[in-house]
Structure formats: C-alpha cells, structure tokens
Design a protein around this ligand. Structure first.
Ligand code: GLC
Length: 470
C-alpha cells in the first residue's frame, strides 16, 4: 500500500474506495456494493444492501452527486412490486429488499433482489422499507425534486410501505412488532419484539412520509393516520423506554402482578430482571432508551443505532437527547473506546449467549453484533453530537477513527471490549465504513447537512393530540 499520511490523503483514499464500490446497471450508477475485500469469498457482500447504501447516498447527496441516489430509489421501487415468492417464503407487499445485484441473461442486464429469502437464516429486512422513505426525503431535500416523490408509482410505493407498517395486528402497542434480526443486526440476537432501532427508524420514516405524501384525499387520510401514530409512538417511547438512575430505582422497587388501569408497572417487569452490571454502569447524570420492551421483558442493553437515530429524528425529548450524549461521554471507553462505536453494550456471554444467539460463533462476546465496534456508526454519532450542540464529542470520535480506518483498510467492524482488534471475520474495504467516515467528516465541517435526515420536535402531531384531548 502506498504511504498515506495526511488527512487529505485519507480523504482521497476514502473517495477512491467509494467510487470503486459503485454498481452500474445499463451504464448508470445505481448503488454501491457492501464490500470489496479481495481476500475473502464475497457471499452476498457483492450486492447493494439498502441499509448500507444509505451512508453512501448521504455523502453522494452532500457532494452534489444526486443521480446515483435517484437511480437507486427508482430501481428499488421497481423491485418492491416484484412477486416475492420462493420456496414458500412469501414477503408482504410493500417490503423493500435487503439487497440487490445486477445479473445478466442472454446478454441483457436485469436486477435481482433478495427479500431475505436467500439471506443467511432467512431474516426479514424490516428496516429497508423504512430507510427507503428516509432516503427519499433526503433526496428531495437535497435536490428540491418533490415531483419525483409525487409521481404515482412513488406514491403507491410509499403507501404500500405505510400499509405494511400501520396494519392492525394482534399487538396493541404503537411500536412495531418484528421478528429477530430485522435490521442491521440481521442474525439471532434476542432483538425480536419491539426493538428500539426499528421504532426509531419507523418514527423517522413516518415523519418523512408525512412530508412526501402528495396532496389528495388519500394523502389527507394517511396524514391523519400518520399523525396519530407519531404522537402515540413518541409518548410510548419517551414514557416507557427511558432509563436513567431514577428510573432504575423505580423499577427496582416495582411491585409485580398489578391488574387494571391504575397499574404502575404496566409491563410487569420484575425487579430481579435488572442486570447487575446496570446498577453500577448507569451514571448519575444521563441515561438512554432501553433496547426493547414487551410483557415482562425489558432489554436493558444499550443499542447505538436506536439511541442515535432517536436523537436525530427527535423521538427522544431534548432532555433525553442530552442525557444520551452525557452517557456516551461518561462511558466513553465502553461505548467508543478505540473505534466509534459499539453496536450494543454489554455483550451477552455464557449461557445467555448460547440461548439468545443459538450458539452463533460469529456473535461471540465482544465481536460483530454482540458488542463489536462498527465504524459506520461514526456518522450517526457525529450527527447526534451536532444535533445536541455537543460538537466536541463528534470531533473526538472522528480523530479516533481517522487514526486507524484507512491504515486498517476500512474494516467492517472491530472486536474486543474496547474495539482494538480488527474484527475476526470483518471484511476489508467495507463500503459503509468508508462512506460513514466521509459523512461524519462532512457533517463536522458543515452541520447544515444534518437537515437532510434530521427532524425537530414534532409540533404537528402534538397539535393533533391536543385537539383529540380537547
Ligand atoms: C452484515 C450486517 C448487515 C449488513 C451486511 C452487509 O450482514 O449484519 O447489517 O447490511 O452485512 O454489509
């Protein structure tokens, strides 16, 4: 490798790696591959993953390269309406693929998608549809091209996703009920039920959708439904997911078996389920949103994407957002360490690891999804830092990443309690690592880019709930 020493060398190397990852379809750029590691079998890393492409798309939009993002949105929309049935796996209408690739038949190119029916463990990409809406809004914000979103096919695609997410099911919570491995953590990790990451993306997607619905009778009806859901979801997450030392104390003294309306311990959380590490780890100042909540189940682990996206889309209150940044600052070594930042904390170990992961050797403690450090999370950390006026946190995080990422050839993830080791099975030249670094730097230099994907406190749905109660 040529010697890369200065910051501008690192940035140039990142741009080169990003350009090299672009996928062309019929001569046009449509996405980026997940990774280009020359030494490891590609598996599906040569495909364009919807969630991975978001990081690439954001830096392309910030850099004025809007065509690739438009093409991506158009092509994935076309894939959404494909008949998705194979081997008796049947995806709901409206689902967006986890990934796609260009294939050739008789010299003609076509796109082929994976909705989870090929993915390891056949996991459903619930987050893809949500990211797709968030990205469509970012594209419209960057280009002013609302006409694209208002096209009938785009409105149809948007409404199909809304229908899928807003459908009445057996569940009664305003959060969405999803299977295990439905997002970035796409393996069995005990993240089924109502995981925070999906709820934060759902919230951001609903807020995006409200801006994108074309004015029509149908648009009006969906705006009403979306407002109602935004307000109940916001209330539910802020009231029941928030954890700080005061809340932990309340839960510690909870009574169980309460029936009826006046129940304080609504989800019947037993104090004995509070893990010992939490009582020591929770700082005096600050807190975070719990990983998951269901009947007699509270996942006390800290999950980075859910918490950072909650800040970015104002799902957490302004005070809670400051509290999450306080926690990150005070538990820096655990959550950031040698590479920003940990996907979740702490790792599950021993029997718990066996039961929750099904003995997954890739998700051993402090590796990969089970407490590994993922450089792609840098952009979300910097964005959350900018949003909360805590610039210093973003600057420190970038400095840490800059020291290693390029030299280590842009690994997918790092291992170890403090993220010092390159992940055991991490790919090199992982595109969202590269793009995440560039987005983080761009956000640091120009905080106004934040408006592409962030939201202020939602006054519209608050007004809606005020009218309901009046
Ligand atoms: C792994 C990750 C997933 C990512 C994919 C491609 O499966 O768990 O989140 O989208 O790799 O990078």
């Amino acid at each position: 490798m040529e010697s890369i020493t200065t910051q501008s060398d690192i940035d140039a190397a990142a741009w080169k790696a990003l350009e090299d990852s672009i996928i062309y379809y019929c001569g046009h750029p449509v996405g980026t591959v997940a990774a280009r590691d020359p030494d490891v079998e590609a598996l599906n890393y040569n495909q364009c993953f919807v969630r991975d492409f978001v990081s690439s798309a954001l830096i392309f939009l910030m850099n004025g390269q809007t065509e690739i993002v438009r093409n991506f949105l158009v092509e994935t929309l076309a894939l959404q309406s494909e008949t998705k049935q194979m081997d008796y796996f049947n995806a709901g209408q409206g689902l967006m693929p986890a990934s796609f690739k260009v294939a050739t038949s008789y010299g003609e190119q076509y796109l082929t998608a994976d909705f989870g029916e090929h993915a390891i463990a056949r996991v459903t990409p619930v987050d893809s549809s949500l990211w797709w809406i968030i990205l469509l809004r970012a594209y419209v914000k960057a280009t002013g091209d609302i006409a694209l979103a208002h096209q009938p096919e785009f409105q149809k695609g948007l409404i199909l996703i809304l229908k899928l997410c807003l459908a009445d099911r057996f569940d009664m919570f305003p959060t969405i009920l999803v299977p295990d491995g439905a997002f970035m953590i796409d393996r069995r990790m005990g993240v089924y039920g109502h995981p925070l990451e999906i709820q934060a993306l759902f919230y951001a997607a609903l807020r995006s959708a409200r801006e994108l619905l074309a004015p029509s009778r149908q648009g009006e009806i969906y705006t009403l439904i979306v407002n109602q859901r935004l307000s109940t979801l916001n209330y539910h997450i802020r009231k029941y997911y928030w954890l700080d030392i005061k809340r932990v104390n309340e839960i510690y003294r909870y009574r169980g078996e309460e029936f009826g309306e006046a129940a304080v311990n609504k989800f019947n959380i037993y104090p004995e389920s509070i893990p010992y590490w939490l009582t020591e780890w929770m700082p005096e100042k600050g807190g975070y949103l719990a990983g998951n909540l269901g009947p007699a189940q509270m996942d006390f682990r800290f999950f980075a994407v859910g918490n950072l996206m909650a800040i970015i889309c104002s799902l957490s209150s302004p005070q809670e957002s400051q509290g999450i940044m306080d926690l990150i600052e005070q538990r820096w070594d655990d959550l950031v360490g040698n590479m920003p930042m940990k996907i979740c904390f702490p790792a599950v170990e021993g029997l718990e690891w066996k039961i929750l992961t099904g003995c997954d050797p890739k998700n051993v403690p402090w590796s990969y999804h089970n407490g590994g450090n993922w450089p792609v999370l840098l952009w979300m950390l910097v964005a959350a830092a900018q949003k909360t006026g805590r610039k210093e946190i973003g600057r420190r995080a970038i400095e840490i990443a800059e020291k290693r990422l390029c030299h280590d050839q842009w690994p997918e993830y790092y291992d170890g309690k403090n993220g010092r080791l390159i992940g055991k099975e991490a790919r090199k030249y992982q595109t969202w690592t590269v793009a995440g670094y560039l987005v983080g730097k761009a956000l640091m230099d120009n905080p106004s880019h934040l408006s592409l994907f962030s939201f202020d406190e939602d006054l519209e749905s608050l007004e809606w709930s005020y009218h309901q109660m009046a």
